[in-house]
Design a protein around this ligand. Structure first.
Ligand SMILES: [Zn+2]
Ligand SMILES: [Zn+2]
Ligand SMILES: [Zn+2]
Ligand SMILES: [Zn+2]
Length: 341
């Protein structure tokens, strides 16, 4: 059945499986290899809010292997190789992932002539270094703006950022090793694969409804991340749904096997391979399946799409809109601070 969402369609091609944008020059979705939808295009962003799909992995400080990060976590993730909780540096969100994602969404919709043009400024690294909050990205932004941004939506569907390292903090040793792919797009209903209708009752809250099956959820973004990320409107991930608890895990006596039980009534959940969210057949409570309960898999990290809604104008666009942005003026005094070693 053809379905017309309540959004205006933009004409920008959309993956029928995951909702990422698919440039007209590409045969299949670069995020999931799905086919571009024949009947629907991406919904036009409303009020500047636009969606970016994230696919992320983190490197473990103990074993060195990479695991997927499939939600907006405040600093914990599960290493599937160690089968243990690990910490990552949550500054990653406000220093890199969110401002870059917001810029990527803003640029794609600018390239597609939905948002107004950016100021014609290519900033240099020295100038960015001097701007509050941009020193972590100052080395990469000039090249990204020159080489990637003009192609977004035409030849490239995404920006990929990667870094290796370790961060020492009061909380101990954390990983700074990550890879993140940011695809502008629109979140789909898991079951029906049609664009979700989303409203934002407040910043940090996203109320989703599937116009076809009417399934509805409210996703809550962790406040600690929201506070530090002015570009972030809300995040969507199975783990962030309000009132949805993780399934209970119970060691079966005398074995290494773990029973997966309903978070409501404690009945055993009937799961299909790949299920992340399971509805109890007895009490109808939905639970999400914690990473640690999933079968251990060989091969690359099991990255699943999740989404953030970001604002346009993005903070990078706003930075470049300032008078004189982009370059230190020749009249600036030379950097000869005697205390700067
Ligand atoms: Zn896809
Ligand atoms: Zn590990
Ligand atoms: Zn649906
Ligand atoms: Zn139940």
């Amino acid at each position: 059945m053809a379905f017309v969402p309540s959004y205006a369609q933009s004409g920008v091609r959309m993956c029928s499986a995951c909702g990422a944008n698919v440039p007209a020059t590409m045969q299949a979705c670069m995020a999931c290899n799905g086919a571009p939808s024949a009947s629907m295009s991406l919904p036009v962003p409303q009020g500047g809010a636009n969606w970016v799909q994230l696919r992320m992995e983190l490197g473990c400080v103990q074993c060195g292997n990479r695991s997927a990060l499939n939600t907006l976590s405040e600093g914990r993730y599960f290493c599937t190789s160690c089968q243990a909780d690990r910490q990552f540096d949550a500054d990653l969100w406000h220093e890199k992932i969110v401002p870059l994602s917001a810029a990527v969404g803003d640029v794609l919709w600018t390239n597609m002539r939905v948002f107004p043009p950016w100021p014609g400024v290519l900033p240099d690294e020295d100038w960015l270094d001097d701007q509050d909050g941009w020193d972590d990205l100052s080395g990469s932004i000039p090249a990204i703006m020159r080489d990637i941004f003009p192609r977004l939506g035409y030849e490239r569907p995404r920006l990929r950022a990667e870094q290796e390292g370790t961060v020492m903090s009061s909380g101990g040793m954390k990983t700074g090793t990550y890879a993140a792919e940011m695809f502008p797009g629109h979140p789909l209903c898991d079951a029906c694969k049609v664009p979700l209708v989303v409203s934002f009752p407040a910043r940090g809250l996203a109320q989703t409804q599937c116009p076809q099956c009417k399934a509805s959820d409210t996703h809550k973004t962790p406040d600690s991340v929201l506070m530090k990320c002015p570009d972030l409107l809300a995040a969507l991930a199975p783990e962030l749904v309000q009132g949805r608890a993780p399934a209970r895990l119970e060691q079966k006596p005398g074995t290494a096997a773990v029973a997966i039980l309903c978070s409501g009534c404690g009945s055993a959940l009937a799961m299909q391979p790949g299920d992340r969210i399971v509805k109890c057949q007895y009490c109808s409570t939905t639970s999400f399946i914690p990473e640690r309960a999933l079968p251990v898999q060989a091969g690359p990290p099991d990255k699943r799409p999740w989404w953030i809604a970001v604002y346009s104008p993005s903070s990078l666009r706003r930075l470049l809109m300032q008078p004189g942005a982009g370059r230190n003026r020749p009249s600036d005094p030379p950097d000869n601070d005697p205390f700067d070693f």
